[in-house]
Design a protein. Structure first.
Length: 274
């Protein structure tokens, strides 16, 4: 994984995701269901969840596939893996978790017959090398099903906080097309070239639009806790922070419908075979 991303997810960003874990899991539950269905459809028995975060997908896979399946979540963030283990232990889940960089970790041969990822595959410094390495850890005819964000312009909800906050936080990092991060896989042609160069067969990249929502009263938690704005907000003095929060409330108001805040997540579903 890119060193900047490792530092980010083992620092403030990882801690923020642990604190906001219930909200994130609720918002992204529809994507978890997509990956569980994919695992059921291919009869997977050894599943590896790449970039598992706090482990919602891994635990859901383990519960859905039963005792005959082994489900392993892998993430570079020690804080999120610790939280994933805590939650698994608390529910007697058989899901296991490994704190490691999936791009380089020495997995045993045929470590999985299916790899899945809910927005965890866009952070590799050298994606061709990373996906070649992951391919080598799959069993013969093993598969990958990954979800990644499409273009930022197709995901206004996910970029609104940054656009709104620029007057208060002018030094927010600019997103560079193709650079490791949330929208690194925005271009389908770029993604296909990565999988082709890494030796995968039959890479199928299709648009997937999913309706997501959260309780309207929790939308402030979303934009003050997560992403570049959430990380930068503590640097503001009280008056500037209050003004920014008010501007963000107004900016997000069009997404509120009654008691829910709703948005469409524009993603790619990537299916590939070893």
């Amino acid at each position: 994984m890119d060193d900047t991303q490792k530092q980010l997810w083992n620092g403030a960003a990882g801690q923020a995701w642990v604190r906001a874990r219930p909200l994130i899991d609720e918002v992204f539950q529809p994507f978890t269901e997509v990956l569980v269905d994919a695992a059921r459809d291919c009869g997977a028995r050894q599943v590896m969840d790449i970039g598992c975060g706090t482990g919602a997908v891994t635990r859901a896979l383990s519960a859905a596939l039963g005792d005959a399946a082994a489900c392993l979540g892998v993430d570079v963030s020690a804080a999120m893996v610790d939280e994933a283990r805590r939650l698994a232990n608390g529910t007697a889940s058989r899901a296991r978790f490994l704190c490691a960089d999936a791009a380089t970790h020495a997995f045993p041969p045929a470590a999985a017959d299916l790899m899945v990822s809910r927005f965890g595959i866009m952070f590799f410094a050298d994606p061709v090398a990373a996906f070649a390495h992951l391919r080598s850890a799959l069993a013969d005819r093993g598969r990958l099903c990954g979800l990644a964000w499409r273009d930022p312009a197709e995901n206004p909800f996910m970029t609104l906080a940054e656009r709104t906050a620029r007057p208060w936080l002018p030094d927010l990092p600019e997103r560079r097309p193709g650079a490791p991060g949330q929208f690194a896989f925005a271009d389908a042609g770029h993604v296909r070239s990565i999988f082709d160069a890494a030796g995968w067969r039959a890479a199928d990249i299709r648009p997937l639009d999913i309706e997501c929502s959260m309780p309207a009263q929790r939308i402030e938690e979303w934009f003050t806790s997560l992403g570049p704005v959430g990380l930068a907000m503590p640097s503001l003095d009280t008056s500037a922070r209050d003004a920014l929060i008010e501007a963000l409330r107004n900016a997000f108001a069009p997404f509120v419908r009654g008691q829910r805040a709703c948005f469409t997540a524009a993603c790619w579903r990537i299916d590939a075979q070893r």
